[in-house]
Design a protein around this ligand. Structure first.
Ligand code: GAR
Length: 202
């Protein structure tokens, strides 16, 4: 059994690419990238999905979550990975997938996270504060923005003269692209193991 993964994206999709590369290399082996969903028709992540032959859907506007639910169910999705997805999911939605939604956030939670902290804003805030270490976090998504249980974190050094852009790039290269696929594999492997055990006890 392979866990069926949907990846939700909004932009460039370098984290989606890291998942695709991990699937190709065999580092992600307990799950299959089965679907990509974007809330932005112009997201380059959609091109990455297409190039890899992963089915992709665009959902815009009102009824976003009800359309999303329908598509997830229609595709037999087991877990959802938010990879640069710039929309906060409602409590009603997250309650339907307890410990089944993962998010990558570009800071060491609980620093620089929550409502209003996304993309370059996170790195701008870290530089303004003057922290010497930042990093990335993969966590489960619950009703609190960036507040779910932490799965993996990796620290990254801030270097004198960093701009939000240079820091963002280093955090992606040294942390996000490594821990997102690793966390996805860990959770998928646990799900497979639980499924096997359940099957044996039946
Ligand atoms: C990544 O740095 C991701 O951690 C961040 O947006 C960027 C998306 O890049 N996500 C958030 O800030 C969510 N709160 P990508 O589209 O190239 O993966």
């Amino acid at each position: 059994m392979l866990v069926r993964i949907a990846v939700l994206v909004s932009g460039g999709g370098t984290n989606l690419q890291a998942l695709i590369d991990a699937q190709k290399s065999g580092a992600l082996k307990s799950g299959k990238l089965a679907l990509v969903v974007s809330n932005n028709p112009g997201a380059y992540a959609l091109t990455r999905a297409k190039e890899d032959g992963i089915p992709a859907e665009i959902i815009e506007g009102a009824d976003f979550e009800s359309k999303l639910l329908e598509i997830l169910r229609g595709n037999g999705i087991d877990i959802i990975v938010l990879a640069g997805f710039m929309r906060i999911l409602s409590t009603e939605f997250t309650a339907k997938y307890p410990r089944r939604i993962l998010n990558v956030h570009p800071s060491l939670i609980p620093s620089f996270c929550g409502r209003g902290f996304y993309g370059l804003r996170v790195h701008r805030a870290a530089l303004e504060y003057g922290v010497k270490l930042t990093g990335a976090t993969v966590h489960f998504v619950n009703e609190i923005p960036d507040g779910g249980e932490i799965i993996m974190q990796k620290a990254v050094e801030v270097i004198d003269g960093d701009t939000p852009e240079t820091l963002q790039r280093r955090v992606m290269e040294e942390a996000e692209w490594a821990i997102l696929p690793a966390a996805a594999e860990r959770i998928c492997a646990e799900m497979v193991k639980n499924q096997v055990q359940k099957g044996m006890s039946n």
